[in-house]
Every structure is written in C-alpha cells, then in structure tokens.
Design a protein around this ligand. Structure first.
Ligand code: CA
Length: 232
C-alpha cells in the first residue's frame, strides 16, 4: 500500500515540484497552501507523514505543528529557512520528527523522509519492566546495568543502548540501518559494520554460546531480532 504524504507549502511552484517528485517515488500526495487548509487535509486524509513549511499564511507552521501534535503522533518533517535556528528548536520541541533546511535537494528530502517513515514503523512495547530476566543475565534498565548472579558485568554504553532498544522492540526484525539511526543517530557517519561489531559484543554478554545465539538472532540479509523475554 502506498504511504501518503501531506505537503504544506504556500509557494505553489515548490509545492508542485515536491508533489510531482514524491508521486514519482510512489507516494500518495495531498497538498495544502496554508495552515488552515493543512489542518483540514490532515483531519480528512490521515496522512502517514506531513511535510510542513514553517512560514505560512493564516496559521504559522509552528502553530499547525502544535495543533496536529495535540491530536496525533503522525511524523512531521519541517521545512525551514536557512537562518531560522529558533524555529527549528521550537519545532522540534513541539514534536516535529526532523527538519530540512531550504534550499534542499530532492535526494536529501527523500532520504530524510524515508528514514522518518522507517523509524515510526517500529512499534515500541508500551510497558517493559525495569528489570528484565534474559535467563543467563538480568538487565536493570533503570540502573543501566547488566547483572549475572547479582554481579554487574562490564558493558560498553553503546552495547547497553543497543540492548535497551532491542528490549523495547522484542520479536521485531530490525535492520542494521534502523539500528544505526536509532542507537547511533541517523547522522552518525558510521557503517552498518559498527552494528555487527556491537551485536557481537552484546552476544558475548547475553548468550550462553554466542556462536549459536538463542536470544539475538541474525535475520540473513536483513538485520536482527531479539526473542521476546518470557517466550524463551
Ligand atoms: Ca512559505
């Protein structure tokens, strides 16, 4: 099924160009030229993502973002002018997921947009206990510790973050790119090999036999999946 995107931009040429490019990439596209229309379209179409220009007539982009956030977790990418540093900060505080600074290339926008869509496809577990028993080790999420028989094991911070992320998404196949984005940050200039190295370290801690992992499995050609604790 095509993902749908609402483009909110008052400059008609830019809006049309964006719409054509995104349609060519297979997205379903709706458009709005001002803040009020943006809210109407958002409520009527329930888009998968909103591209939101900040300088808009009627209602400002920040106001639109605030009103949408009061109703929905739909991903928002803000389109900002080069010099509006404050708008970016306020926008992100209001709950925008990312921003792209004008002028931008379609390639950059498309990459950001796909990253945000991928990120929001992952559904975190609503409630996980602060102490998770993985059998061989216990994970103290609140205390950032991994314990075996009550003793704390030395673990690198990124390895712990990786484990935390996986524990929040048990049973979900997660790609290396998603892990890079989520654990290292998408602008991290690393490679997916970084993920594999940390997975190797993590397995050494949590698996009884890390050459035959029972908890953190490799999904060939895709990424990794952590078995749901309790279903071991
Ligand atoms: Ca504008």
């Amino acid at each position: 099924m095509a993902r749908s995107i609402l483009i909110v931009e008052d400059e008609p040429t830019l809006r049309e160009t964006l719409a054509e490019s995104l349609e060519a990439e297979g997205f379903e596209v709706a458009q709005a030229g001002d803040g009020r229309r943006a809210l109407e379209r958002f409520r009527a179409d329930k888009p998968d993502l909103i591209l939101l220009d900040l300088m808009l007539p009627e209602l400002s982009g920040l106001e639109v973002a605030r009103l949408i956030r009061a109703e929905s977790r739909v991903p928002i990418i803000m389109l900002t002018a080069r010099d509006s540093e404050i708008d970016k900060v306020v926008g992100l505080e209001l709950g925008a997921d990312d921003y792209v600074t004008k002028p931008f290339s379609m390639r950059e926008l498309s990459a950001r947009l796909r990253a945000v869509l991928r990120r929001t496809e992952l559904v975190p577990e609503p409630n996980i206990p602060s102490l998770v028993d993985l059998g061989r080790v216990q994970v103290d999420l609140a205390g950032h510790r991994i314990l075996r028989d009550g003793d704390e094991l030395p673990v690198k911070p990124k390895v712990f973050e990786l484990l935390t992320f996986l524990l929040r998404h048990p049973g979900q196949v997660i790609t290396r790119d998603q892990l890079l984005e989520q654990v290292w940050g998408y602008d991290y200039a690393g490679e997916t090999r970084t993920v594999d190295v940390h997975v190797h370290w993590l397995r050494a801690v949590i698996e009884a036999d890390s050459s035959r992992p029972a908890l953190l499995k490799t999904v060939r050609g895709v990424g990794y999946v952590l078995r749901r604790p309790g279903s071991l």
